[in-house]
Design a protein around this ligand. Structure first.
Ligand SMILES: Nc1ncnc2c1ncn2[C@@H]1O[C@H](COP(=O)(O)OP(=O)(O)O)[C@@H](O)[C@H]1O
Ligand SMILES: Cc1ncc(COP(=O)(O)O)c(N)n1
Length: 261
């Protein structure tokens, strides 16, 4: 049977990030994508013009509909907006027998908040402990742990600080540093540095969502965490290389790059 992957995230009306990026990634990687929508954003290449959360009961109902009938081989979480939603989703994924990739989305590429400041503590104490792999970017690492990463040498310290909250693995994304795009994956024992050439392309809307969904897709296919992250890094690097202009601001990565000749 085709592996089934569930994203629990916000909708990006512009189609580059959020639920839309997740489902496109899942299609490109050959799994069946399903969605629990936590919030609806009015969003485009220029920023986020509005955001509306769904009631906790609507999120729970979507989750139960999918998991109880169809079943999931992996779950990915993205924008969760509020402390109430973070806590409900943490409880739901903790009770599901499938690996969970937690992308602790804090702000959009334009600096618009996608998570209430009052939800940070619930991310630390409820959501991160439920993660098989957590995938913070450098801003999220700073917000969650206080560790500021200024060079590749700081990645290990940042990873250690996130692991203290209890995820099995952490992938610190060094995409916002200068030079090669280097990410560090560790469970506190094994350590992998994933390095890719930096593409000088401003059209990077959706990178984090795409990477986390690609990891979840690999896990659903039965890959180990290091294998799934290695394959996901290759997919997101190709998608960033193919990122294209759309609207007047930051365009999306190309989820379909492997389909183009
Ligand atoms: N310009 C770039 N060229 C190549 N890889 C990049 C570039 N920018 C980000 N990445 C990679 O994209 C992935 C997502 O990272 P990042 O953009 O930091 O996440 P987020 O979208 O959460 O801010 C990481 O693997 C990172 O190393
Ligand atoms: C609904 C939604 N979710 C997540 C992001 C973050 O996007 P990115 O993948 O660029 O970090 C976003 N801009 N909108």
């Amino acid at each position: 049977m085709i592996p089934r992957v569930l994203t629990v995230a916000g909708s990006d009306s512009g189609g580059g990030a959020g639920i839309q990026a997740d489902l496109k990634t899942m299609l490109a990687l050959g799994v069946h994508g399903m969605s629990v929508i936590t919030a609806v954003t009015a969003q485009n290449s220029l920023g986020v013009q509005g955001a509306w959360e769904l009631p906790v009961r609507a999120v729970r109902a979507q989750y139960r509909s999918v998991v109880d009938d169809i079943g999931v081989q992996a779950v990915k979480t993205g924008m969760l907006a509020s402390a109430e939603l973070v806590e409900a989703v943490a409880e739901l994924i903790s009770g599901t027998d499938a690996p969970a990739v937690v992308d602790p989305v804090g702000v959009s590429k334009h600096g618009d908040p996608l998570l209430a400041a009052s939800a940070l503590d619930s991310v630390r104490t409820k959501l991160l402990p439920a993660a098989t792999v957590a995938t913070p970017n450098l801003d999220e690492v700073a917000q969650l742990t206080g560790v500021r990463v200024e060079s590749e040498d700081d990645l290990r310290r940042a990873a250690g600080a996130v692991l203290e909250f209890g995820p099995r693995w952490v992938l610190i994304k060094g995409g916002h540093l200068a030079g090669d795009a280097v990410d560090l994956l560790t469970d506190g024992a094994a350590e992998y540095r994933l390095r890719a050439p930096r593409h000088d392309n401003r059209h990077t809307h959706g990178t984090g969502c795409t990477l986390a969904s690609a990891i979840a897709s690999g896990l659903a296919k039965g890959l180990s965490v290091p294998e799934a992250v290695t394959e996901a890094k290759e997919y997101v690097t190709g998608a960033i290389a193919g990122g294209f202009a759309l609207g007047a601001g930051i365009g999306p990565v190309d989820h379909g790059w492997r389909f183009r000749s």
